[in-house]
Design a protein around this ligand. Sequence first.
Ligand code: SAH
Length: 461
Amino acid sequence: MIKQQPPVQKNQQLTVKIEDLTHEGAGVAKVEGYTLFVPKALPGEVVHIKVIKTNKGYGFARLLSIETASPDRVEPSCPIYQQCGGCQLQHLGYDAQLRVKQKQVKDVLERIGGITGIPVHPTLGMDEPWRYRNKSQVPVGEREGGLIAGFYQERSHRIIDMDECLIQHEENDAIIRTVKQIAKELGIRGYDEDKHRGTLRHVVARYGKQTGDIMVVLITRGKELPKKQQLIEAIKSKIPNLKSIVHNINSKRTNVIFGDETRVLWGDEYIYDSIGEIKFAISARSFYQVNPEQTKVLYDKALEYADLSGSETVIDAYCGIGTISLFLAQRAKHVYGVEIVPDAIADAKRNARLNGITNAEFAVGEAEKIMPWWYAQGIRPDVIVVDPPRKGCDLALLETMLNMKPKRVVYVSCNPATLARDLKVLEEGGYTTKEVQPVDMFPQSTHVECVVRMEREEEAN
Ligand code: SAH
């Protein structure tokens, strides 16, 4: 075999046309059939690039200048967009972001799942695709003796000081600025990751958009929080609507934000928020959707696709804190939820009680083990809803779903590739994909969620 060399070399400069966009938001160019990824370049653009790395089958290049810009290109709103890496699509207008996400879902379903000819609807986006996040977690460090808090520079652990993030709720930005200022004034030291010294590692702000409730979490390296009383008093006096200050201790050398020990320093253990009619209690460690407005859009769609009349038995697999289960329970006879994280199930049960919901029950465990057990108990759901993590559903779970023979399956997915793989299994098992609705939960980023409606084909007899 002739050993093929890439047609371009490192440091070479050239002009290319961008043909596509990857799932990570990079432009794709072809040079004599060889693929070059060009971050921040958009389909249709003619750009000058410099090759920075060549692998055997593909390479990477840096965008030097744009000869012909895409009509969809916009000036990024955020001044730190280039350094941060938190968002990947700010240079693409929002309507175009929604179109790109719809196309990605459609293409992946075809390519991986062989699913064609079904409606993949236009992505449901936000009217105002900024300031949507309700939780801010910022790393704290020190530079030239002063405390800083902001974000890690893209692909590094260098903290860049920051005062605002345009996808973060204004309240959270204000909270972080306030806590940072107070800590600075009190002489509290920021954490030094290299030396594993210093005090404050992270500040987390959580905000209930519907209630206005605010929680501040201070994560420290040691058990002691110096100037604790002054800190509490200052935070209380400067943040109206504050409901809770929590201290978490993380003494390990780790990238994980939270440690195992959590104490309430002041106020309540929980703040509250609601999505639609359902109220949620949120503790420092609770999982809670970061964009509740779009979560409602997503779960309303799931509910529509579940098409419940009140008499159905429903299973919600990978149920987390029971967000979907509690939505479903309002319209079903009985809902079973299963989830692997015990704390999430404790939250799901608490949230069911909080809302007076008595027809939802929750089990802790691997869905692929609990579902066969439910099947063995004779549980035969009319509808199964799944909302798995990025790696998709376990095959054993899909097989149990096929054994249970529900009339409808509603698949909520955060990864179109594993969705396509799983839909193929269900299609082979007698289900038909009817429609797919992409929903934009994370504007300005490349993430895309979708909800799929599947129905069981009537068995011929
Ligand atoms: N709908 C949920 C979120 C689902 S995210 C909510 O709104 O709260 C996917 C969930 O699957 C996570 O909570 C994760 O902990 C859980 N999970 C991951 N692997 C699992 C498994 N094998 N069995 C059950 N749950 C699992």
